[in-house]
Design a protein around this ligand. Sequence first.
Ligand code: FEO
Ligand code: CA
Ligand code: CA
Length: 650
Amino acid sequence: MSRFDEDGNTGLLSDPRNAHFRDVAARRMSRRSLLAALAASGAALAAGAPLPLREALAQGGSTLAFKSLVPKITERHQVAEGYAADLVIRWGDPVAKGAGPIDFAAQNAASQAGQFGYNNDFLAYFPLPQGATSSEHGLLWSNHEYTNGELMRAGVKNRLENALKADKAWTEVEMAAHGGSVVEVKKEGGAWKYMAGGALNRRVTAATEFVIAGPCAGHARMKTSADPGGRKVLGMLNNCAGGITPWGTVLTCEENFNTYFGGDAAKAGAEARNHMRYGIGPHARARYAWARHHERFDIDREPREPNRFGWVCEIDPYAPDAPPVKRTALGRFKREGATCWLNKDGRVVVYSGDDEAGEYVYKFVTAGRFAFGDRRANFGLLDEGTLYAARFNDDGSLDWLELSHGKNGLTEAAGFAGQADVLIEARRAADVAGATRMDRPEDVEANPVTGKVYVMLTNNSGRGEKLPVDKANPRAKNYFGHIVEIVAPGGAGRDGDHAAPRARWDIFVLAGNPAEAAHGARYHPDQAASGVWFAAPDNIAFDPKGRAYVFTDQGSRQTSNAIPDGVYVADAEGPGRGLFKLLFAVPVGAECCGGAFTPDGRTLFVAVQHPGEGSSFDKPDTRWPDFKEGVPPRPAVMAIRRVDGGEIGG
Ligand code: FEO
Ligand code: CA
Ligand code: CA
């Protein structure tokens, strides 16, 4: 979800308390990048290429062979020269067998439940047939994070008015537009398309039945009047990013689940402290009317229902009838994603961020080991293991603090009667254990080539006030966000031990405009000369060569920053490390997310989420991608490919 604390500031980062830490970060970044850049810029200039100086400098030793887009916000998407972006599927396109196209004037829940949902976020590509490696035929998973009623239907100006006017029928349209989709996709005649009614196509919504698995299944705090056993729940909410397991299932993660619940958290008895820690209550009236029409979203009536959201959900894309599962062993928070790393000892490590200012970075390590060649044997692997939260020490070391009952202060005296309490209140457990409060940790992804793990810290305008700066979050009023790099001990690539209790960390990029000293940005030294910069890193993906593709979500600051959200790409290593180019820009109001490569690295699926956000159905800022009168802007999935069929990035 795009959010930004609106406080009227213009993005100046001049707090003197910050200076020391910025210098430290700069020194740590600059040694290798400076040497590399000197060599690389020298080479580019000495070669006498007939490029303007600005462009020659921008090459900076980068291995990326495309010419960057010039950053500008338009009502259309933009893709670098030599590349194409195929429209794969849009909100309202028929997914399930028998589903019809959307009728914007007569939307209903039953139709929407068979159509592609709203606000596509995380994407994952699964080759077809199962077990194959095809890069031209597969299943595409998409999260549907949230809805913008003001852009979906006529007659409402903004989100608040939509919530106030939402009757039960409209609420159920919104519920059906949440969740996720499995869609068969195919490259035909060089371009991508999706198959309506594909045999494995599936919609999951806020009304789909889920199984609750792991240590919290059946626990008293998971029981409601509709589910006295505490083992089943309807729907998943606000699924933002996700991950793919080594056994080929999707992990889809519930983020801002609090925004759907109404009622008074302070009066929730035994759950009051818990609900207040997750921000339950105050947002619901402004965003959704669900609590008015469905009792389970009213915590005054069902105080334990929120405990059944905020989890990692596992879905088998190849088995449309298999029930989706919430894996409670991984803990409950406003989870952005869940990236799996198959550790060298066969255990699976899952990295996640909790996207709110001052929240934590987590990892989960399975107790069991991945079973090669026996897919089904892995289906319960995520139900047993150890959860950790990260403490980023000032000396560049990182401690993974175990969140297990009885350890690190997680005792009965601290209000944790057992592991289920630790998991349901994972945020408070990480508070007690002493984890580091970060600048909105979004996606956490491992580079498959180097084994380094990247944490997207999207922004935190409140840093430096209630929350002091520290070395891992070095800027007060962090309007632009940064990226932290974690190195597991034991060696590079597959040799690293991601299950180990310690690691090292460094700063990869401090985002912002490097040409504006007040931003305190740090990239490759040639970045400023290129004229390209980004803000609010949200997701990251890596191509088969290990290069970093950063997806941004500036929210309402897109306008004041005056740069588009999109896909900003740099080498993660070597002379071009941290020198970003803009490959793809989304239309006005949209964020860019998803980011799924096919195995051959020749297609990059991207999600264009909430185009036109900040405007309305009746007066949209864009009608992307249809550009037809009466048709609102529509979130959609695009497939980026090179026109000559080569690998993305060259
Ligand atoms: Fe849904 Fe943290 O972005
Ligand atoms: Ca986002
Ligand atoms: Ca996100």
